[in-house]
Design a protein around this ligand. Structure first.
Ligand code: ADP
Ligand code: MG
Length: 356
């Protein structure tokens, strides 16, 4: 019983994988539990990639701080991000929603699907089904199906020592946005973040930074274009999306590939809005970049000979080299100025706090 009480989501997933390893599995399953999405052989030249993500009110989002339109965007974005992390192209989706009567009676469902469809249209994704139920709080299960050339899906488990580590975009903004929400900040009325709510004493540039950070948290941009390029051009040797936080997701990647990593703190792409607000609102950009979750950037590795083939930008988003993989399994070191220390996984984990 005590073990069960102390078990977190990753311990449980490990146990599920062990149970699966003793069962008979279809030969058409290319990758099952343990990666960002499952991969199935569809034909001799195509693989299907499928991911599901759950958003629960009060755990994954605060209802009073989340405009339904942005929730619809985020519900699709988080699963698109997992498909991107496999190097695949998203094509179809399903979404199931559980709603309390109060949400059902409001404009919630129309706003939710407006946000959902706007993002789906941008990436040519077709909603193909789902389910609706009444529930005590809002629960959303978002599924996305994508395609990739057979054998080209980019796993977490295929990195090699010496590979260079890269991350798209910048880090720490979504976690800062969550902190701001917890401090009472709210996205501007139209949910666009364009018009900041002005307080008399506020610096306008701070208002802009706050709105941008709130949107990083509430309306993340999945790196779909980068995912497709890295997969189809055979550039990434491994990949994961940053949903739990760089420290945790880098550990997931290293553990799956049986390698270690050395990260250079100075090369981490810090979110400039976090840097701008830092000090005034007790936000530490480096800590947020290392451990903050939900940036939904792609963390990927490239063999040294392929680094020069990497595009500078995809969809106007750049990438940064942040370190190198080592042959010391599970050891993730970070170098900051003259000191170096073990980077512990301190990102988000469900069920870590229930000790009786
Ligand atoms: P991600 O953050 O990329 O969405 P997770 O950390 O949620 O991935 O999950 C890690 C792995 O565990 C994934 O391969 C996922 O499919 C699998 N997994 C998570 N929950 C379950 C579950 N209830 N049953 C089976 N597999 C699960
Ligand atoms: Mg993922």
């Amino acid at each position: 019983m005590l073990f069960a009480a102390l078990m977190n989501e990753f311990d449980f997933i490990r146990r599920l994988r062990e149970q699966l390893s003793t069962r008979k599995t279809s030969t058409r399953v290319v990758a099952a539990i343990g990666d960002d999405a499952a991969v199935f052989r569809q034909s001799s030249d195509r693989d299907l990639v499928i991911s599901t993500d759950l958003l629960v009110e009060g755990i994954d989002f605060h209802r009073e701080a989340t405009p339904p339109r942005l929730l619809g965007h985020k519900a699709l974005a988080v699963s698109l991000s997992d498909i991107a992390a496999m190097g695949a192209r998203p094509l179809w989706s399903l979404v199931s929603i559980g709603l309390p009567q109060s949400a059902w009676d409001s404009d919630f469902k129309d706003e939710f699907f407006t946000g959902y469809f706007t993002l789906a249209d941008r990436f040519g994704v077709t909603l193909t089904g789902g389910d609706i139920s009444e529930s005590t709080q809002i629960v959303i299960d978002s599924i996305v199906v994508g395609e990739v050339s057979a054998g080209r899906a980019v796993m977490r488990s295929t990195a090699q020592p010496g590979d260079q580590i890269f991350v798209t975009g910048n880090l720490g903004g979504a976690a800062a946005g969550l902190k701001l929400i917890e401090l009472g900040a709210r996205v501007s009325a139209d949910g666009s973040g364009q018009e900041a709510d002005r307080r008399r004493d506020a610096d306008p540039s701070d208002d802009h930074a706050i709105q941008s950070l709130l949107l990083r948290q509430l309306a993340p941009e999945p790196r779909v274009g980068w995912g497709i390029v890295l997969g189809e051009e055979h550039l990434a040797t491994s990949m994961i999306d940053i949903s739990d936080g760089l420290s945790s997701d880098l550990h997931h990647l290293c553990n799956e590939s049986n390698v270690g990593a050395a990260i250079d703190a100075a090369s981490l792409p810090l979110d400039e809005n976090v840097v701008q607000l830092c000090g005034r609102r007790a936000l530490d950009p480096l800590a947020l970049a290392l451990h903050g979750g939900e940036d939904f950037e792609l963390l990927f590795t490239v063999s040294p000979e392929n680094v020069s083939r990497l595009p500078k930008r995809v969809d106007a988003v750049s990438c940064s080299r942040i370190g190198e993989l080592t042959d010391k399994p599970y050891a993730v070191l970070i170098q900051e100025k003259n000191r170096s220390w073990n980077l512990q996984p301190q990102g988000f984990t469900h069920f870590t706090r229930r000790v009786p």
